[in-house]
Design a protein around this ligand. Structure first.
Ligand code: NAD
Ligand code: TYD
Length: 351
């Protein structure tokens, strides 16, 4: 069936993988990618689909109400996959304002615009809000986040995402907007901006720079390969039930320090270095303020109800990721040559 689908934040890390998947898999959908192209948005992520007949890029800001309303009026979207967000916890600690604006107000603008064009015909429409496991707060050494876990966000980033999740559900209850939500664990893979742990470490190891580990490196994250997340998003968009939330995770918990040691091993062998060489770059630095101890997702609901499961073992995914970064030097050089240097200096050299 012919459909026009809006993907917000499609020039970012996860969004670009979702755009590529949808453009290639659904030639009968017209995919409109709306992105502000902040520091995190990069059209180089999408050069392979840029000229596809069913793809269109629109540059714009989800905070701009009039622009958003006119975009929905023009395209009469059948579905929305909302990924646009400010996404980095450290940036939310140093400057929360942009997180409140984009993640909360921007989401409300999209909800209002969808409601306005869909109000007479909600039947086959869908507003899909992509969120994070960080809304659930921090775990001790036991237990998992389920869809029933009470929200307990602890960073400006996770609080802004939690707020947007609540608003999406409120629009369902109040206005019957057909929504679906997912809360996913930490993603890794190609095209991730090198402010996040894995690409930052790969880039530093390659350049023989210190690898900054916050605190003692004991914090635990549950890592999922980005293409497995994109496949889950495809499944939920098409098969998920209205009003439902699905947790997505890799069942793959690593302390930061163990993960970095594994990455150093892989990098040593890829770069032809002696084993143990890259690990010498590990440097413990001041901890992140309010650093959540552990995230771990129980993804049994999406596995049982929709038949999703991660396709890759972590070691295999990490190796693919390292290969991508080593093979795409231009991508990383274009990013790290500009404003990134300033960010890096503020975040790591002036702490
Ligand atoms: P990202 O920072 O790589 O990309 C975000 C994209 O949104 C960028 O292209 C940026 O230009 C765009 N954007 C930002 N503000 C905008 C605005 N005001 N208007 C229009 N576009 C704007 O983020 P990501 O890691 O790809 O995350 C995508 C989504 O998935 C986010 O909603 C995030 O909360 C969620 N998520 C991320 C992870 C993860 O591990 N990265 C895990 C779970 C959920
Ligand atoms: P990050 O990739 O920022 O994701 P999130 O905070 O959303 O989980 O960080 C992953 C983990 O790595 C987190 O525990 C913080 C830690 N970390 C470091 O130790 N050093 C770093 O330079 C960064 C960016 C993160």
């Amino acid at each position: 069936m012919q459909k026009t689908i809006l993907i917000t934040g499609g020039a970012g890390f996860i969004g670009s993988h979702v755009v590529r998947l949808f453009v290639n898999k659904y030639p009968n959908y017209k995919i409109v990618n709306l992105d502000k192209l902040t520091y995190a948005g990069n059209l180089e992520n999408l050069t392979d689909v840029a000229n596809a007949p069913n793809y269109e890029f629109v540059k714009g800001d989800i905070i701009d109400v009039e622009f958003i309303n006119s975009l929905f009026e023009k395209y009469k979207f059948d579905g929305v996959l909302h990924l646009a967000a400010e996404s980095h916890v450290d940036r939310s600690i140093s400057d929360p304002g942009a997180f409140i604006n984009t993640n909360i107000l921007g989401t409300v603008n999209l909800l209002n615009a969808a409601r306005a064009i869909w109000q007479d015909n909600l039947g086959d429409k869908r507003f899909y809000h992509i969120s994070t496991d960080e809304v659930y707060g921090s775990l001790g050494s036991e237990g998992f986040f389920t869809e029933e876990t009470a929200y307990d966000p602890r960073s400006p980033y996770s609080a802004s995402k939690a707020s947007s999740d609540h608003l999406v559900r409120a629009y369902m209850h109040t206005y019957k907007l057909p929504v679906v939500l997912t809360n996913c664990s930490n993603n890794y893979g190609a095209n991730q901006f090198p402010e996040k742990l894995i690409p930052l470490a790969i880039n530093n190891i390659k350049n023989n720079k210190a690898i900054p580990i916050y605190g003692k490196g004991e914090n635990i994250r549950d890592w999922l390969f980005v293409n497995d997340h994109a496949n889950a998003i495809d499944l939920v968009f098409h098969k998920g039930k209205n009003g439902e939330t699905y947790n997505i995770g890799g069942n793959n918990e690593w302390t930061n320090i163990d993960l970095i040691h594994k990455l150093c091993e892989i990098m040593d062998s890829k770069l032809g270095r002696k084993q143990g060489e890259s690990a010498k770059l590990i440097t413990f630095v001041k901890d992140r303020a309010g650093h959540d101890m552990r995230y771990a997702i129980d993804s049994s609901k999406i596995q049982k109800e929709l038949g999703w499961k991660p396709s890759l073992q972590f070691e295999e995914g990490l190796e693919k990721t390292v290969d991508w970064y080593l093979e795409n030097e231009n991508w990383i050089n274009n990013i790290t040559s500009g404003k990134y240097a300033e960010y890096y200096d503020n975040q790591y050299n002036k702490r």
